[in-house]
Ligand binder design. Structure first.
Ligand code: FAD
Length: 451
């Protein structure tokens, strides 16, 4: 475009929320510009999140499977295998870089205007961009603005991340050697995933968690997963325990001071070489100029939006990690499509069943309600569980530690929650998503004719 030409939509942030919204808008014939300050498209997901963690999880999984399982299947010699972390990280970087480039190709194909620079909103219909290339300032007029600026790392009071010994997930996905002792503060999705990478490669990994592991997942499933992870090498958990402070020692190690906040908690200290702080992320809105515009945020700093992602300023919308809700890439992408379809034709987009996966091994995949949620919502339900120990294929492949749990509404029989711990749970959960989205009942699944 000519830089003076008015846009239909200007999107700030080129992560999963912003780049999907940009492509959709262009496909629907709207004039759209995406501004990204990082110098590369893809956001946290491609550069510091989903993708790097999945590549390293795969490397470490291959290594661990070879070491721990090959022998059982009559393949010998695996005990000689070495983990070369520098090469693992290099391979990860190549995948990240390829995927980021692919998004640029998608932008070109779909004729999305992409500006590499820092955006600030100066009025409900004007955005100032400082170019990464030459520092020049441009003002763009636009009918609508979509904020898709994502999230940033947080820490706990008293513990400062220095990205050397006290690190965030960004550095944990770029370590150049295997820490002997790794302490992870936070047993949610990111702590468990990143912990799995390093424990499989040999780090003695201790996870400290205030409540219980697995975030908001079903209690029974979280307990089952914890048991499985504890039975693997190198993983120890201290729940009902909080880290209060980390002190640095002369020999280069660190001491993590912890205190018990429940019956099962630990009081004392744990020695480590590296401490990973994985206590969650918060919306990133710095430098956008939101205060001047009076954009309303909630007590956690997330931008408040209505059902169609509109903020309290009529022309300004927000999607992805920067608004309240599960901070996961596929939700951000779905919202990218929803908001653009709304701006294009007034459509409203309902998505009630967002799956969530914790990429441990086995994986925990979830869609819909947990038992605790169903109780909280006063929904009467019935439950079916199936241990993978009773599944012959799982037994044949030595993957029989899993558990499947399905919740259905007691009155309508419609499936309301699916929870799977198994190898490839991330792929199996798609069936649960379809079932919930389409109001499938347990009878629909178990038989196709009534007896
Ligand atoms: P982001 O991806 O954070 O993108 C926002 C972009 O906006 C950034 O690139 C930023 O540079 C840019 N920006 C900010 N301010 C400005 C400005 N003023 N001007 C211009 N540009 C700006 N999700 C999953 O679904 N599956 C997973 O397996 C998964 N694994 C994860 C593992 C880890 C270790 C982490 C940290 C996250 C993981 N996630 C996963 C979460 C996922 O990465 C996020 O939910 C997703 O990236 C959010 O997308 P977004 O577009 O809202 O924000």
């Amino acid at each position: 475009y000519n830089s003076n030409e008015q846009r239909d939509i200007l999107i700030i942030g080129g992560g999963p929320a912003g780049y999907v919204a940009g492509i959709k808008a262009s496909q629907l014939g709207m004039k759209v510009t995406v501004v990204e300050k990082r110098g590369k498209l893809g956001g946290t997901c491609v550069h510091d999140g989903c993708i790097p963690s999945k590549v390293l999880l795969h490397s470490s999984h291959l290594f661990d499977e070879a070491k721990s399982k090959f022998g059982k299947f009559g393949i010998t010699g695996a005990d000689q295998l070495q983990a070369n972390v520098v090469d693992m990280v290099k391979n990860k970087n190549e995948t990240v870089s390829d995927l980021a480039d692919d998004i640029e190709v998608l932008f070109e194909k779909n004729r999305v205007d992409y500006v590499s620079g820092q955006a600030t909103i100066i009025s409900p219909t004007k955005v100032k961009i400082i170019s990464n290339d030459n520092g020049e300032e441009t003002i763009i007029n636009t009918k609508h603005i979509i904020i898709a600026t994502g999230s940033e790392i947080t820490s706990v009071p008293g513990i400062e991340i220095d990205e050397k010994q006290i690190i965030s997930s960004d550095s944990a996905l770029n370590l150049q050697s295997i820490p002997k002792r790794l302490v992870i503060i936070g047993g949610g999705l990111i702590g468990l995933e990143v912990g799995s990478i390093w424990s499989r490669l040999g780090s003695q990994t201790t996870i400290i968690e205030r409540t219980r592991i697995g975030g908001g997942s079903d209690n029974e499933m979280a307990t089952h997963l914890r048991g499985l992870l504890e039975s693997q090498n190198n993983m120890t958990f201290h729940v009902q325990t909080q880290a209060t402070r980390v002190s640095k020692n002369e020999d280069g190690s660190v001491t993590v001071h912890v205190e018990s906040i429940g019956e099962k908690g630990l009081n004392g200290s744990i020695e480590a070489d590296i401490v990973l702080v994985a206590v969650g992320r918060r919306a990133f809105t710095r430098g956008l100029g939101l205060e001047k515009l009076g954009i309303v945020m909630d007590e956690r700093g997330s931008i408040k939006v209505d059902a169609n992602f509109c903020t309290n300023v009529e022309s300004i919308f927000a999607i992805g990690d920067v608004i309240r809700g599960p901070m996961i890439a596929h939700r951000a992408q779905e919202e990218g499509i929803a908001v653009v379809e709304h701006l294009h034709s007034g459509a409203t987009h309902k998505y009630g069943s967002i799956p969530l996966v914790i990429y441990t091994h086995p994986e925990l995949a979830i869609v819909g309600l947990s038992e605790e949620h169903a109780k909280m919502m006063s929904i009467s339900y019935k439950v079916g569980t199936f241990p993978l120990h009773a599944n012959s294929l799982a037994r044949a492949t030595h993957q029989s530690n899993g558990l499947v749990k399905i919740l259905a509404d007691a009155t309508s029989d419609k499936i309301i929650g699916v929870h799977i711990i198994s190898d490839h749970a991330s792929e199996l959960i798609g069936q649960g998503v379809l079932a919930i989205q389409n109001g499938i009942t347990t009878k629909d699944i178990s038989r196709d004719t009534e007896i």
